[in-house]
Design a protein around this ligand. Sequence first.
Ligand code: G1P
Length: 301
Amino acid sequence: MATTIRKAVIPAAGLGSRLLPLTKAIPKEMLPVGDKPVIEHTVRELVASGITDITIVVSGGKSLIQDHFRPNPALVAQLRADGKTAYADAVEEVGELSRLGHITYLDQHGPYGNGTPVLNAARNFGDEPMLVLWPDDVFVAEVPRAQQLIRAYEATSCPVLALLPMRPAESGRYGVPLVKEDLGEGQLRITGLVEKPAPQDAPSAFAAIGGYVITPGIVDELREQTKRWYEHREGEIYLTDAINAYAASRAVYGQVIQGSWYDTGNPADYLVAQFASALSHPDYGPLLRRLTRELDGGADA
Ligand code: G1P
């Protein structure tokens, strides 16, 4: 059996332009979904999946992320002294994530593109595979999405991409895998990704949804791309290009993830994520359902 994965990268240096002006002062990773910021869902998922080294790659204006996870013993002590035990526990729990996930922060540096934060983090991780999760996604799953990816890696020792079935009309929003073989139980052998094809050009009915097991071989491809970038100073460093270069001669797998997925990276999907999360809340869910029924009735009247 292959080694397992203990390290993960969350690229959090992006501008969040699709959510402006909401994200003018608040990092998109800090927008709430339910009672937690989006990135806390990601960190909890990683910690629950056995990850012990999380690197969050940031840029200017993202210090709220650090503030959120930084333990605050003085606040906890004050809340306990005031008898506000539940709040104290909640604050302590978030700080504890920082220790459990050994969260460190890295300033992004290098050419634009989503491959750059991965390359930045890889310098610290050495010759080890790592999980890369975009912080725009929230998964509700019996087995965490990160755990599903780790298991797929343990079974293959190869790079793995998180996939979901998609509607053909949505292909222009995603990387769509070229499937070579369906191995059953959601495992697919793939030969690359076509970035955001028109529906008639989509090579399969799956979408890559921002979860990757990246191995040192793919990091080498990113390194090559970056070297070329510095020679020509053109374009961006894309993870998809590195995956495609790697997959041209070596095995890459896709894993169809079991669970419900919520994207928070654009206004419409973010609203859906918030609404779905509120509906599943044990206390507020029933209230919202009643309100929705009343509003629906009102519209019909
Ligand atoms: C990136 C990837 C794409 C993937 C998507 C998932 O695109 O390049 O393959 O499907 O994330 O969210 P982006 O949405 O950053 O343009």
